[in-house]
Unconditional design. Structure first.
Length: 267
């Protein structure tokens, strides 16, 4: 167990509660998928797409957390307390990140702008939609994340039409990993019940389904690490807040990092 006020615990809380952790997840997904679609890691489009994913995620996540503190106190009390105490600083993060999004987007092809609009729209309407059925919430948030993680790298390639099929395979691989993460995240803070275990098994099955998609597609096969890591994080699921915010999301970060490393290591 981490010390309650130890430096590691404080550092991890800072990453999770400020939105930097999910922003890192977004950047890692973009990097892995961009490499899978053939974008050179040294290209300006590769780095710009990652930066745009970070800035956009910081905007969407912090806007949601600042606007919906009362609802979030039920499932993420520690994070909500942090947000409440640092409201002014997080508002500054939103403003600075939003200001960075426009010039970053201008550096990318116009096709990226449409993808970003979809992700931003779904993200900003999350507060209104998240009271709906759990299945609907998992569906639209997964679509938003796939738009960022796969859609931006696809639209930012020099010839998107030439990599449409690999991009679809990537989406069908990454999407189930994200969906499994969201299924488990919805169980955060709830007592363990047979129904919860059944939902977690369903989430695990979704992740494993994503692992099967790229087996016949060599160019994106390393992306299997993303749903596989999500599946492993569900096996050790814990109900407490920090597991949901750090470990579940951290699994996607680790999976994307492994996938990117495997692709980059190819001769």
């Amino acid at each position: 167990m981490l010390a309650r006020n130890g430096p590691l615990r404080l550092a991890l809380d800072f990453l999770a509660f400020t939105g930097l952790w999910p922003a890192a997840v977004a950047a890692s997904l973009v990097a892995a998928c961009a490499l899978a679609l053939g974008t050179a890691p040294s290209s300006h489009r590769f780095l710009t797409a990652m930066a745009l994913a970070i800035a956009g995620t910081l905007v969407v996540y912090n806007v949601d957390r600042l606007r919906d503190l009362d609802h979030d106190r039920k499932t993420a009390p520690a994070r909500s307390d942090f947000v409440d105490r640092h409201r002014r600083a997080l508002t500054g993060v939103v403003a600075g990140s939003a200001a960075a999004c426009l010039p970053l987007a201008v550096l990318l092809p116009p096709s990226v702008w449409g993808v970003c609009a979809v992700a931003l729209g779904l993200g900003l309407f999350h507060r209104r939609l998240k009271g709906e059925r759990a299945f609907l919430s998992v569906l639209y948030v997964t679509l938003a994340w796939v738009a960022v993680g796969v859609g931006i790298p696809w639209a930012a390639t020099t010839d998107p039409a030439a990599v449409t099929t690999p991009a679809l395979v990537a989406a069908l691989t990454v999407g189930p990993g994200i969906a499994a993460n969201l299924v488990a995240s919805q169980e955060r803070g709830h007592p363990p019940t047979p129904q919860q275990r059944a939902r977690l098994r369903a989430g695990g099955a979704i992740a494993l389904a994503g692992c099967l998609v790229p087996l016949a597609a060599g160019t994106v096969r390393p992306l299997i690490a993303i749903p596989l890591a999500a599946w492993l994080s569900l096996l050790a699921f814990r109900n407490h807040e920090r597991y949901g915010l750090l470990v579940l999301d951290g699994a996607l970060l680790a999976g994307a990092g492994i996938a990117a490393a495997l692709i980059a290591a190819r001769p």
